[in-house]
Design a protein around this ligand. Structure first.
Ligand code: HAM
Length: 470
C-alpha cells in the first residue's frame, strides 16, 4: 500500500468542517480589519528564503525542500538531455516567421544561438512572509500606500514530525506593509494586529491563550547584544549542546531557541535584549504596550522570546496555548522593518504573523460537534422507479438552502433509515409511488419519532422547523 509521506497527512471529513469553520471565521475577522487576500506561489527561488529568513536559521540551514530545477543542471541522463534539446528546437521554431513552409525540412539554426539554460535552485516555501514581501517589491505595492494582506495555505519544513509538527503544515498569514509615510512603522499597527488576533481567538471560542511579547530591537541593538552574548557564552559554551556551540559562533541570538533542558540554567544567566534597546525601540515598545492595555488585551513580557527567523526587528510575539503540549505556539509574528531592503526593495516597514492552522484546529477539537453541519433531511426513494422523483425533491429542497442527503431506490426502508441515522440527518423523507401521486410525503423527525404527511410545497418550511404541526 502506498501511504502518505512521513510528516504529511490527509485531512478527512468530518475534521475538514472544522478547517472550513476556522477559515471562514478568519476571513470574517480579517474583513472587519480591512485585510485583503494575496496568493503567492508555493515555490520560490531558494535565494529569497536564504536572504529573507536568514541562512543561519534552522529553517534555511536544515529544513527546506530545495531542488535544482528539473533538466537544467547537474548529472543528467541521455533522455532528459534529448528532451531539453527538443524543447529548445520547438522554441526556435515558434520564433520563425516562415514556420509553415519549413515543415518536413531541416530547421535552420538561429542566427543568435540562445545561451544554454542555467540551473535554478528552487524551494518549497517554508513560510509566507518572504514571498509576500517579494510580491510587494515586484508589483510596486508600496505605490498603493499601506497594504494589509493575508494568505492561507501549505508550508513545508523538514522537521522531525511529532504532535502538532508536520512537514507539510498550513499557515494563515497576515502582513501590514508599506512606506513609512503611510504609517507602517507606527506602534498603532503592532497593537492593531495583536488586538485582531485576540479578537479572532475569542471569536473561535479558544480559551486559555497567552500572548508572549518582546522587542528584539533594531540591527544596531542586536549587534551590541550579539557581542555581549558572545562574550557571556565563551566560558560556558563547552557545557552546552552541539547546536548551541555552533550558534555561539555563527548567530548567538539563536541560543535562546534551545529546548535542551540541561542548557536552560546556563541560558537563564545570559544577558537579555531588553538591556540593549535604544531609545527609539524602547519608546516604540512602550507605545505598543500602552495601546494593548487601553484595548484590554492581556500579554506577558518575555525577553527570552527571539523567534526563529532573522528578519525580525522591534516587536516580536507568540500566542501559546496550554493544551497543545510541547509544540504550544499557535502562532508567531513580529515586525520586519528591514526585510524589503534586504531583498533589494525600497524601505517598507512591516509587521505580521502566521497562525499554525493545524495547531489552531487541534485546540478547537472539543468544539467539533457544534461546528459540524449534519443533513437537515435524508430523502429516501422507496421502490423501483422512484429515484427520479426523489432527485426532483432533493433539488427543490437544496435550492431552498437545506442540506440534503439522497438515498437510492434499491434500498429497503430499513436500510434507508440506517443510512439516514448514520448521516446524522434530522428528518427522513419517504418518496414512494403513492406519496408522489398525492404530492404529499411522509416526513419523520428522527429525533422525536414524530411522523406527518406534508404537501410538496410546504416541505422546506416544515423541515426548517417553522411549519405548523411541530
Ligand atoms: P513561525 O513562528 O516560523 O513564523 O511559524 C508560525 C506558526 O506556524 C508557528 O507558531 C506554528 O503554529 C506554525 N508552524 C511552524 N512550523 C510548523 C510545523 N512544522 N508544523 C505545524 N505548524 C508549524 C513564521 O512562519 C513567520 N513567517 C510569521 C510572520 C509573519 N512573521 C511576520 N509575518
Amino acid at each position: 500500500m502506498i501511504k502518505a509521506v512521513r510528516g504529511t497527512r490527509d485531512l478527512l471529513p468530518p475534521e475538514t468542517a472544522l478547517w472550513n469553520f476556522v477559515e471562514s471565521a478568519v476571513r470574517d475577522v480579517f474583513r472587519a480589519y480591512n485585510f485583503q487576500e494575496i496568493r503567492t506561489p508555493i515555490f520560490e527561488s531558494t535565494e529569497l528564503f536564504a536572504r529573507g529568513v536568514g541562512e543561519e536559521t534552522d529553517i534555511v540551514s536544515k529544513e527546506m525542500y530545495t531542488w535544482e530545477d528539473r533538466g537544467r543542471s547537474g548529472a543528467r541522463g541521455p533522455d532528459s538531455l534529448l528532451e531539453e534539446r527538443r524543447e529548445e528546437l520547438e522554441t526556435w521554431a515558434q520564433d520563425l516567421p516562415v514556420q509553415p513552409l519549413l515543415r518536413g525540412q531541416e530547421r535552420p539554426r538561429p542566427l543568435v544561438p540562445r545561451p544554454p539554460s542555467r540551473a535554478q535552485s528552487l524551494t518549497l516555501r517554508p513560510e509566507a512572509t518572504a514571498g509576500i514581501v517579494r510580491a510587494y517589491i515586484e508589483h510596486k505595492l508600496g505605490d498603493r500606500g499601506l497594504n494589509k494582506l493575508y494568505c492561507m495555505g501549505p508550508m513545508f519544513r523538514r522537521e522531525r514530525p511529532q504532535k502538532g509538527r508536520y512537514r507539510q503544515f498550513y499557515q494563515i498569514d497576515a502582513e501590514i506593509i508599506g512606506p513609512a509615510s503611510a504609517g507602517s512603522e507606527s506602534p498603532a499597527r503592532d497593537a492593531e494586529v495583536l488586538e485582531m488576533l485576540a479578537t479572532l481567538l475569542d471569536r473561535l471560542g479558544i480559551v486559555g491563550w497567552n500572548l508572549e511579547l518582546n522587542s528584539v530591537g533594531c540591527p544596531r541593538d542586536r549587534a551590541a547584544f550579539n557581542e555581549a552574548l558572545r562574550k557571556a557564552l565563551e566560558p560556558v559554551v563547552d557545557k552546552m549542546c552541539v547546536d548551541c556551540r555552533r550558534r555561539a559562533v555563527t548567530n548567538p541570538l539563536r541560543v535562546f531557541d534551545c529546548k535542551v533542558p540541561e542548557d536552560q540554567p546556563i541560558i537563564e544567566t545570559l544577558p537579555r535584549i531588553s538591556q540593549f534597546l535604544d531609545e527609539g525601540c524602547r519608546k516604540h515598545f512602550e507605545a505598543v504596550k500602552e495601546i494593548l492595555r487601553a484595548v484590554g488585551v492581556g500579554f506577558r513580557e518575555n525577553d527570552r522570546l527571539v523567534r526563529g527567523l532573522d528578519y525580525y526587528t522591534r516587536t516580536a510575539f507568540e500566542f501559546t496555548h496550554g493544551a497543545l503540549g510541547a509544540q504550544n505556539a499557535i502562532l508567531g509574528g513580529g515586525r520586519y522593518d528591514g526585510l524589503s531592503e534586504a531583498l533589494g526593495g525600497p524601505p517598507a516597514p512591516g509587521i505580521g504573523f502566521a497562525i499554525g492552522e493545524d495547531r489552531l484546529v487541534m485546540s478547537l477539537e472539543d468544539t467539533a460537534e457544534s461546528v459540524l453541519k449534519k443533513p437537515d433531511v435524508y430523502v429516501a426513494p422507496l421502490g423501483v422507479g422512484m429515484n427520479a422523483e426523489a432527485a426532483r425533491l432533493a433539488r427543490q429542497l437544496r435550492r431552498q438552502n437545506l442540506i440534503v442527503d439522497l438515498g437510492d431506490e434499491s434500498f429497503r426502508l430499513k436500510k434507508s433509515f440506517e443510512a439516514a441515522s448514520k448521516a446524522g440527518a434530522k428528518y427522513i423523507l419517504i418518496v414512494g409511488e403513492n406519496e408522489a401521486k398525492a404530492s404529499a410525503f411522509a416526513l419523520k423527525n428522527l429525533v422525536t419519532g414524530e411522523q406527518v404527511s406534508v404537501p410538496r410545497a410546504e416541505l422546506a418550511e416544515k423541515i426548517r422547523g417553522l411549519g405548523q404541526s411541530r
